[in-house]
Design a protein around this ligand. Sequence first.
Ligand SMILES: [Zn+2]
Length: 285
Amino acid sequence: MYSRRQANPYGGQGGGYNRRGRGGGSGRFKFMLMIGLAMAAFQTFKFFTNTQTNPVTGEAQRVTWTTEEEVQLGLQSAPQMAAQHGGLHPDQEAQELLDRVGERLSRSEVVQKSGYPYDFHLLADDKVVNAFALPGGQTFITAALFARLENEDQLAGVMGHEIGHVIHRHGAVRTAKSNFIQGLIQSVMIGSGGDHSMAQIANVVGQYANMKYGRDQELESDDWGVRLMMEAGYDPLQMIKVMDILEEASGGAGNRPEFQSTHPSPENRRQKILDCVEKYKNQGY
Ligand SMILES: [Zn+2]
């Protein structure tokens, strides 16, 4: 009897602990949800009244984050994003090559003008062929994609495309469209922002980073990729080869990377890339 009572409270405690654990998480989540909702009205107002002029492209964008917030979120989310892809790749030589290419691309005057501190991370993931960017300048390429590339020019094409997403603030524009996400992130940033909260933010931002962008955003980033390749003295036609490599890599696999959106179709994308090369050649690049 004693031992049964002993066993029961133990079991009960275990269950209680689990429930408390879950309940606590959901309580916190509800609390954050409430803050998020409370801020949603304000965010909605802000969303429709606040536009920022992109310092590089000059377009008016509905973005509620400041560039500093983008940088902060990107830096905070980067370790988690890396962890989701097996962490950083141990090959220092490969990382140095990536750094060199990234540095060469970001020497461009327009990239400097964007004001983001760019970082280029080689991830250990050798299964998922992907490259992506967090808001604020943190960019990533998986070992799986890195290994498929045949030369530095192609690597420049991939990273130039990702820099394009950062410059165009695609991540910030996308999250600005979600008042909930916006409220959640901002309430946590304003509030205590303990480790748990930061992990949640990193999760949310990370999920967004892995989502596909729209057709126009992909084409805009391809345009940037081509332009930055040409400015840095790389062969822009290698970007076409990147499309071939991505298409081949995605054959049959269910996992469609950010970089290779299903629309625009690779065919359309290749033609647009050729158009970009022509356009920038005419502009003297
Ligand atoms: Zn992209």
